[in-house]
Write a protein that binds this ligand. Structure first.
Ligand code: B4P
Length: 196
């Protein structure tokens, strides 16, 4: 079955608050190490852009800075992984899991996770980056009010995920306050160490 095919995939979860630089660093990792990068946020925005009824509902949730229903995002990820399986078995899953149940369901139904990269950044820095991006992004969630809610969602729902994988010694914390290139040095140090 498809589930069987994905079971052998090598999966790295990439977690961090909104604007922590996950997407940015994943692109650099792909350039250098050639993983397949799948961003849950990008997959959701693509669904919104398609103009479907499902997309309209998702957009309303994202505009509020809340998490979309687990089954929606898990299904999108599974389909995207299956579509890439003939090319690679190594996946960077960016922006997922954002709540503990997402991690457990993914590991039960898709594939076990090898390692979690956690981008640690202060709320202040994340807010500044997102407001900066908001000047040109056109994203419904890059405004002051939604950013506050996204930070709350991160602290309340995603932090327990980080603790859960830290207890299993799977979490690698990256200090991600610096510039894009400085952070990438940190990533490479941890990355080569764990996956080189
Ligand atoms: P995401 O798309 O994951 O949005 P994000 O948290 O803002 O991360 P992103 O990858 O875009 O930003 P990055 O840090 O790279 O999620 C959006 C929404 O989708 C969520 O709020 C939720 O509603 C929904 N969603 C997504 N996944 C979900 C899931 N699993 N379950 C339920 N709902 C889900 O970069 C931010 C900015 O900072 C960029 O402009 C970048 O250029 C800049 N930047 C990056 N690194 C920098 C650095 N070192 N210095 C200066 N600027 C930097």
């Amino acid at each position: 079955s498809e589930k069987g095919a994905l079971k052998d995939a090598k999966v790295l979860f990439v977690i961090g608050g909104p604007g922590s630089g996950k997407g940015t660093q994943c692109e650099k990792i792909v350039e250098k190490y050639g993983f397949c990068h799948l961003s849950s946020g990008d997959l959701l925005r693509a669904e919104v852009a398609s103009g479907s009824e499902r997309g309209k509902k998702l957009n309303e949730i994202m505009e509020k800075g809340e998490l979309v229903p687990l089954d929606e995002v898990l299904q999108l990820l599974r389909e995207a992984m299956e579509a890439k399986l003939s090319e690679t078995k190594c996946f960077l899953i960016d922006g997922y899991p954002r709540e503990l149940e997402q991690g457990k369901r993914f590991e039960n139904e898709v594939a076990p996770c090898t390692c979690v990269l956690y981008f640690d950044v202060s709320d202040d820095t994340m807010t500044k980056r997102l407001l900066e991006r908001g000047k040109t992004s056109g994203r419904v969630d890059d405004n002051e009010e939604t950013i506050k809610k996204r930070l709350d969602t991160f602290h309340n729902q995603t932090k327990p995920v980080i603790d859960y994988y830290a207890e299993q010694n799977k979490t690698t914390k990256i200090t991600a306050e610096g510039s894009v290139d400085e952070v990438f040095v940190e990533v490479q140090n941890s990355w080569i160490h764990k996956n080189g």
